[in-house]
Design a binder for this molecule. Structure first.
Ligand code: UD1
Ligand code: CA
Length: 454
């Protein structure tokens, strides 16, 4: 089908009032990515697709959300919301340039599968002038019903305009459609607004085309493919479906999860085969995990790359810019931000590493803190290969501990440490013979005196 040209018109001008949100509906995130970007990504997965984006509220933001996935998308402003056919016609100028197929997608329908879109296009390639993505609705209330006669689609009746008999039909319009490019404008221009909402319904082109003796068909897609988001409850439902799909795909590609339902992925999470994921892990955007790594329970990761055979957690937090090398370890209650951790380095317990580079096989003791922020600027800490940082040390950046440097526990390091040097950054210890007992006697006497006077 790659020889057929296609324009995807993505409708995203809706108000989304039922979200009860200052954010335009199509910008609400699903797996960390705005809804409208999901729709555009799906459209892009079929061959040779140009994108026309129809925007209204939040036009600039909506455009920006789509651009990374369709850099050449053209944006059209629908000034008044007069219905879905009117919305499609906002892109008239681009439709008129001549495409074999016109696909109409909704910005609030993020789970549409590329194969469902391909089925619509295949119907157009096969001679249909309009192809509608139908589905069997468990509860058809609110959806347009697909009216068939002798196995042929003859009309779509919006719920509000339907008779009781028509409302009993459970084969519904998913909203997504394909139209033959050479007929699209003629059909859309013929749509009127004589219905209960006074809107120009895209769905009316079915009846118009059928009356002209043109072929109209309905394909059948899974409910998920057409799940439209109107409320935050539906958004959560879509999120659950998305997560389940993605986890399943990852497991089939060789990722182990003992409790998949507790692993939360982002739209761009990349995990190689032979990775083991323990329960309760949250992947924010921008995480990659190399083969053989193990992410242990209750870890939160975003903007991080994890090298092959590394071990993260339990209870680890990786923040943007954390680059964990091959076979390195970041253990419990450790936070790593904007830091490169080289091969085999170990950061095992209760540590904060920020704005740093940690050399290969360095060992960072429990409670180590890189003091990277002075209240105004962030500063870098350099730790050389094979260095040993004793427990509970504060490394006051900017500071360098050269390769093989050895930091005594409890140090506050403010000056650079040369290679293989031993650095003490703490007060010397003094032992006073017998003074412990004397102090205790004095304090006990004081407490007894206090009691007798109170
Ligand atoms: C639409 C279909 C209905 C189908 C349902 C599936 C029509 C007339 N009805 O109904 O048959 O069962 O989807 O979910 O098409 N939009 C604009 N500008 C407008 C109007 C709408 O951009 O002037 C956009 C909305 O932002 C949304 C999409 O078009 O993304 C669909 O509009 P909506 O009002 O949600 O249509 P439904 O009533 O759900
Ligand atoms: Ca809708």
């Amino acid at each position: 089908m790659s020889h057929r040209s296609c324009l995807s018109v993505v409708l995203a001008a809706g108000e989304g009032t039922r979200m009860k949100s200052a954010l335009p509906k199509v910008l609400h995130p699903l797996a960390g990515l705005p809804l409208v970007a999901h729709a555009v990504k799906a459209a892009r997965m079929t061959d040779g697709v140009d994108v026309a984006l129809v925007v209204g509220r939040g036009a600039e933001e909506v455009r920006a959300a789509v651009l990374p996935y369709a850099p050449d998308a053209e944006t059209f402003l629908q000034k008044e919301r007069l219905g879905t056919a009117h919305a499609v016609l906002s892109a008239r100028e681009k439709i008129a340039r001549g495409y074999d197929d016109i696909l109409v997608l909704f910005g609030d329908t993020p789970l549409v599968q590329p194969d469902a879109l391909a089925a619509l296009r295949a119907a157009i390639a096969g001679g249909a002038v309009v192809a509608v993505m139908g589905f069997r609705a468990p509860d058809p209330t609110g959806y347009g019903r697909l009216l068939e006669q002798d196995g042929k689609l003859v009309a779509i009746r919006e719920h509000k305009d339907a008779t009781d008999e028509e409302r009993a039909i459970d084969f519904c319009n998913g909203g997504i459609m394909a139209i033959a490019g050479n007929e699209a404008l003629a059909l859309l221009d013929a749509v009127g607004n004589a219905n209960s909402k006074g809107e120009y319904y895209l769905t009316d082109i079915v009846e118009i085309a059928a009356a002209r003796g043109l072929t109209v068909v309905a394909t059948e897609a899974a409910y998920e493919s057409v799940l439209g988001i109107n409320t935050r409850a539906e958004l959560a439902e879509a999120e659950a479906i998305w997560q389940q799909r993605r986890r399943h795909a990852l497991m089939l590609s060789g990722v182990s999860m003992v409790a998949p339902e507790t692993v939360f992925l982002s739209h761009d999470t990349e995990i190689e085969a032979e990775v083991h994921l323990e329960p309760n892990i949250v992947f924010g955007p921008g995480v990659t995990v190399g083969s053989g790594a193990r992410i242990r329970a209750f870890s939160h990761l975003e903007g991080a790359s994890i090298g092959p055979a590394a071990e993260i957690g339990p209870y680890a937090r990786l923040r943007p810019g954390a680059q964990i090398g091959d076979s390195a370890k970041v253990g419990n209650f450790c936070e790593v931000k904007n830091a490169v951790v080289d091969t085999g380095a170990k950061i095992n317990h209760l540590t904060y590493i920020g704005d740093a580079h940690i050399g290969a096989k360095a060992n960072i003791g429990a409670g180590t803190i890189t003091c990277n922020y002075d209240g105004f600027l962030k500063h870098h800490t350099e730790i050389g290969a094979g260095a040993f940082i004793g427990s509970n040390s504060s490394l006051v950046a900017p500071v360098t501990i050269a390769a093989g440097g050895y930091i005594a526990s409890g140090s506050v390091i403010t000056n650079d440490v040369p290679a293989d040097a031993l650095a003490f950054g703490r007060a010397r210890q003094h032992n006073k013979e017998g003074l412990g007992r004397r102090l205790r006697d004095i304090l006990a006497a004081r407490k007894a005196a206090n009691k007798s006077t109170s």
